[in-house]
Design a protein around this ligand. Structure first.
Ligand code: SF4
Ligand code: SF4
Length: 157
C-alpha cells in the first residue's frame, strides 16, 4: 500500500462527515420532541380519571395506589393517587389498561432527583407535572387530544 493512503482515506471520511446533517442537538438549550408513545415518564390527568383502579390492577410492580371514597351524592372522589417511580419499569401496561386515557406516557425526561424518595409521587406532585406539561404543549395531551381549559368544570369528562 502506497505511503499516505490511510491518511487520505481518513481525511476523505472526515470531509464527508463535515457536510452531513448534524445528528445531535445542543441539549439542554435545544430539546427534541418526545415521540408520543415513547416509554417515558407517566402523566396522570386527574380530570380524566374516574378512580376505577384498572391501572393499579394492571401494574405488574404494584407501584400505583388509588384510594377513593363516596361523597353524600354518591359520587366517587379520588382521595389518593400515587405512583412509586422507584420501582416503575416504564412498561406502559397501566397506560394501555386505562379505559379513559387518564394516565399516558410522554412525560418529561429531565426530572432527575437527588433523593430517591422524591421518585414517589403523590396526587399533588403528579398533578403539578401534568399541568406543567399541558401549559407547555398548548393544552394538548400526549395522545393529541385537547384538554379542557383550566377554567372549565372538567371533573369527570
Ligand atoms: S409503567 Fe408499568 S411498572 Fe410503571 S406504573 Fe405503569 S404498569 Fe406499573
Ligand atoms: S388512571 Fe385510568 S385506570 Fe387508573 S384509576 Fe384513573 S381512570 Fe382508572
Amino acid at each position: 500500500m502506497a505511503y499516505g493512503t490511510g491518511i487520505a482515506k481518513g481525511m476523505s471520511l472526515t470531509l464527508k462527515s463535515m457536510f452531513k446533517p448534524v445528528a445531535t442537538v445542543q441539549y439542554p438549550e435545544e430539546v427534541r420532541a418526545v415521540p408520543v408513545y415513547a416509554r417515558t415518564n407517566l402523566l396522570w390527568f386527574e380530570e380524566r380519571c374516574t378512580g376505577c383502579s384498572t391501572c393499579a390492577q394492571a401494574c405488574p410492580d404494584g407501584c400505583i395506589l388509588v384510594a377513593t371514597s363516596q361523597d353524600a351524592e354518591g359520587r366517587r372522589n379520588i382521595d389518593r393517587y400515587e405512583i412509586d417511580f422507584r420501582i416503575c419499569m416504564y412498561c406502559g401496561l397501566c397506560t394501555e389498561a386505562c379505559p379513559y386515557e387518564a394516565i399516558q406516557p410522554g412525560g418529561p425526561l429531565d426530572d432527575a432527583v437527588y433523593q430517591f424518595e422524591e421518585m414517589y409521587r403523590d396526587k399533588h406532585s403528579l398533578t403539578n407535572v401534568a399541568q406543567r406539561f399541558l401549559s407547555g404543549h398548548e393544552n394538548t395531551y400526549p395522545n393529541g387530544m385537547k384538554a379542557p381549559s383550566p377554567e372549565a368544570d372538567f371533573h369527570r369528562l
